[in-house]
Design a binder for this molecule. Sequence first.
Ligand code: TXA
Ligand code: MG
Length: 320
Amino acid sequence: MNIFEATRENIIKAGNILKSGSLVVIPTETVYGLAGDVFNEKSLAKIFQVKERPHFDPLITHIADREILFKLADIEGNKLIEKVIDKFWPGPLTLVLPKKDIVPDLATSGLSTFAVRMPSNEIALEIIRHSNGALAAPSANPFGYLSPTTAEHVYSQLGDKVDMIIDGGLCQIGVESTVLDLSKSKPVVLRPGALSVEDLIAELGEVEVYNRKTVTPRAPGQLASHYSPGKDLIILDHNIVIDDHRKIGLLSFKGDKNGINYSTREILSTKGDIIEAAANLFKALHILDDSDVDVIYAEPVPECGIGRAIMDRLYKASKK
Ligand code: TXA
Ligand code: MG
């Protein structure tokens, strides 16, 4: 078993493994990340290999302090970027920025921009500090599959393909960071995530939001099919009567009665708290996917705040 407690000793060991070019799975406040030294092309190649991720899908770089941002990003004198960072870092916001040559093309799939965030999870920050200072880390799941929010999810998906999984318990937020492109004249949300669009608008004024229904993908995370369980997932439409004789797993928002004849049910938040619902989303989907049901039906949640990220993940999971 390669799951390790987040002791000081293990964090130092993780830093050394990363410096040597191997991979470590790290907890973050959003989801677990499959981390490798961003400056080492061999580590980056391993990330793509272990995740079976296509090379056209660029990685997010994770940092623990601001000085290094200025070494990686070409953003001298950009006041807007500093304002956004002052407000939202450390935290679940990834910025797409113009990059300097020091960021390898393999990390960015050859783009002139790169994605970067400073996580707020203390264990993640400590591991970054004990590494070479910047870690590429996509979510620690095979490409296209459900993201992991516990060390056990990671182990069941990646097993011994990584040297070390650092256990940080259940991820506090439970959905991925919001990806905000600040490399163009107007800020664009490329992936709705843990930080709400409402909070971004309050800080930035106008923000364009990528719309899954009308726009062709600009980031591979926008691919229609993503974050998917192995089983079919159908989003419930309350106007349609369900006539399905398969064994149904129900993903319920609050546990309200809805007339569905389910064999297994997972409730996201009995209080109807959207933040709690987000934290439980992937865990509940993993449970339903591992159960003996034939199909998963998901109740929609209110599409505001972090609810927008939940619905984005459910729509992508519903596309095969
Ligand atoms: O919460 C998170 O962001 C987690 C944790 C581990 O930090 N990481 C994560 O990484 O979700 P990943 O690789 O699963 O998603 C990265 C997203 C993808 O949608 C990718 O296409 C987009 O960021 N991305 C990366 N670089 C980009 C770039 N230069 N331009 C546009 N999108 C980019
Ligand atoms: Mg991912």
